[in-house]
Design a protein around this ligand. Structure first.
Ligand code: SME
Length: 170
């Protein structure tokens, strides 16, 4: 009972944090039509806001079969990921979020850092369903990402997908 109350509190606190971050991002991006500036700002805001985010960044879909790294915060990430490979490529191929409590259980996980234990990857989709990029967050903590993280990150990616749906230079 006490444990489940604590868990509920953690989830509620996290949802509140996402509401604040989303509002801050909305303000910072007001009038901004540059896609790279937007990704850089989102990566920075998220990375600063959450202690369990140890690598936060984007991989852009630059060709139908390849992702290339975009703005990020944290240690260096691998530069290119084929669609269909790794966690990011899995998400790009299926256009659906993957929340991995244990990256070591995902056979095709690409380890950019040996300290990563959990990871969430969210697609950035336009309203018509075109994939622009994926947002990748890694944590050294096991099972770091709650359902509230998924909801919050998907909301942020939906804003980006709608705002930059006409972006041609990905
Ligand atoms: N772990 C990712 C690779 C990117 S790094 O985590 C920054 C993957 O398996 O696609």
């Amino acid at each position: 009972m006490v444990e489940s109350l604590k868990w509920d509190d953690l989830g509620a606190a996290r949802s509140e944090q996402y509401t604040e971050v989303l509002s801050r991002i909305g303000g910072l991006l007001e009038g901004e039509d540059d896609w790279v500036a937007a990704m850089a700002t989102v990566a920075c805001e998220l990375h600063q806001a959450f202690e369990h985010f140890h690598w936060t960044g984007f991989y852009r879909l630059v060709r139908p079969d390849e992702l290339i790294i975009g703005p990020y915060q944290g240690g260096h990430g691998c530069l290119r990921i084929p669609v269909g490979r790794g966690v990011c490529g899995w998400v790009a191929a299926r256009k659906e979020t993957l929340n991995l409590p244990d990256v070591h259980a995902f056979v095709d996980h690409i380890a950019c850092s040996s300290t990563t234990n959990s990871e969430i990857v969210v697609p950035v989709l336009t309203p018509s369903g075109r994939l622009l990029a994926v947002l990748d967050v890694d944590s050294d903590d096991p099972a770091a990402f709650l359902p509230q993280d998924q909801v919050g990150l998907e909301a942020i990616c939906a804003v980006l997908g709608a705002r930059f749906q006409h972006t041609l230079s990905l």
